[in-house]
Design a binder for this molecule. Sequence first.
Ligand SMILES: *[C@@H]1O[C@H](CO)[C@@H](O)[C@H](O)[C@H]1NC(C)=O
Ligand SMILES: *[C@@H]1O[C@H](CO)[C@@H](O)[C@H](O)[C@H]1NC(C)=O
Ligand SMILES: *[C@@H]1O[C@H](CO)[C@@H](O)[C@H](O)[C@H]1NC(C)=O
Ligand SMILES: *[C@@H]1O[C@H](CO)[C@@H](O)[C@H](O)[C@H]1NC(C)=O
Ligand SMILES: *[C@@H]1O[C@H](CO)[C@@H](O)[C@H](O)[C@H]1NC(C)=O
Length: 477
Amino acid sequence: MELQRFLRIRTSHILLLLVFGFLSLKAAECRRHRILEAFDYPATSCRAHTVSLTDFGGVGDGSTSNTKAFQEAITHLSQFSSNGGGQLFIPAGKWVTGSFNLTSAFTLYLHKDAVILGSQDMNEWPLIDPLPSYGRGRDAPGGRYSSLITGSNLTDVVITGDNGTIDGQGALWWQKFHSKKLKYTRGYLIELMYSNQILISNLQLINSPSWNVHPVYSSNIIVKGITIIAPVRSPNTDGINPDSCTNVRIEDCYIVSGDDCVAIKSGWDEYGISFGMPTKQVIIRRLTCISPTSAVIALGSEMSGGIQDVRAEDIHAIDSESGVRIKTAPGRGGFVKDIYVRGFTMHTMKWAFWMTGSYGSHADGKYDPNAIPVIESISYSNVIAENVTMAGRLEGIQNAPFTGICISNTTIGMAVKAKKLPWTCTDIQGVSSSVSPPPCPLLRDQGPQAGPCPYPTERLAIDEVEMTTCTYSISHL
Ligand SMILES: *[C@@H]1O[C@H](CO)[C@@H](O)[C@H](O)[C@H]1NC(C)=O
Ligand SMILES: *[C@@H]1O[C@H](CO)[C@@H](O)[C@H](O)[C@H]1NC(C)=O
Ligand SMILES: *[C@@H]1O[C@H](CO)[C@@H](O)[C@H](O)[C@H]1NC(C)=O
Ligand SMILES: *[C@@H]1O[C@H](CO)[C@@H](O)[C@H](O)[C@H]1NC(C)=O
Ligand SMILES: *[C@@H]1O[C@H](CO)[C@@H](O)[C@H](O)[C@H]1NC(C)=O
């Protein structure tokens, strides 16, 4: 007689079915143990085929390298790219891996107790060419290490999970960076190049060797519900860096980092100018940031392909150096224009507003000093800040002022040890309305009746993209 028992345990997203098969009560020691896991999650697209990393020999013991298992599983799933799509399930466990490439029509799904660990063997991060729009690596001239999770020329990629973790184990790389022992530029945690339709959601990203999320030369990107944590003194651990990308939506993210929480970029000096690919149509909303040494949202410093139409709304900063900061320099070329910020609370800041036209930091000596960036039409409204050392430090470029700056409905509570002069402004032009403490005269006060600074009313295409619920059950031993 066969006897089966089903045990159901439901958590918020996971339904765990433990199926115990007994051949007979007398032979209970021969029972087979199958785990059938069912889960559902929101995503932009669902897949017809799912495999588990363990089907390809994955070992989640925190020390065995799974690079081959990841790559073989994904190569297997790539056959479904034009046939329903493939999904790789990462079960609970600690899965060490070096860099691996994704494929199109593909989902990487992490169980809530899954941890992907970046390999501590640098040979597991193969060398690749520098980005054409940078001309060289950022840490060192020449090539760079691959990113941990990467892909090029892909369409429709989802990286998600039930708040599972990707841990770059970056300390090794930070030490090498600090001791100037890096021959090549560090890899990132996630980098997708020349790709379209990307969703990165519901994950924790910790201890990246360098930047965390780097979409580059890509479009239609959603980054949602991501927690990013890195020590606040770790070098260049930026959160999310859209770089020469169009149609980007970043929402519901919590970021603690050693560098900018979000940094919008588009290439470096003469390399970025000749590549000529801007970042545009970007939405950032419901972002909470802790970044004691850097900006909540940086525009630049690499902005040589241009940055246009960025909308930041409902942003919260705690203990950060500056708010939405423009960083540029003669030699960068390009532009930063049509930037809209509305609804920003800040607590403990060095500078609530900061723009820098003399950032320097050139790729090499071959930049054109006459390539002057154009900075115009930058709006901030509904800002409340507390415990601020300096309200604003707005420095444009001599003979090429930053123009069309507007600040309205802004109240800045100064710190006990604040600078005597709350605002300093040079080489900028603009207006203000209902700003306290009163800004510098270069931001001409329009009076309280002037109304808010401009903010676009038409929606961006990326705002129309909706999620569906994907439901799966998979069995594995
Ligand atoms: C990923 O694919 C690219 C080619 O698109 C290749 O250059 C690179 O070495 C691959 N990376 C890994 C880790 O296999
Ligand atoms: C990816 O696309 C870019 C731009 O279209 C192209 O230059 C590059 O050769 C492609 N790379 C691969 C590996 O197909
Ligand atoms: C994900 O994990 C982080 C860190 O443990 C936690 O703060 C956050 O609330 C979690 N998010 C969700 C949606 O469960
Ligand atoms: C001014 O900003 C505050 C805080 O963001 C907001 O609650 C208020 O509605 C704004 N006032 C106007 C007139 O927009
Ligand atoms: C205000 O900021 C200073 C640093 O500038 C910090 O030491 C202090 O704790 C902050 N005070 C409050 C009340 O947050």
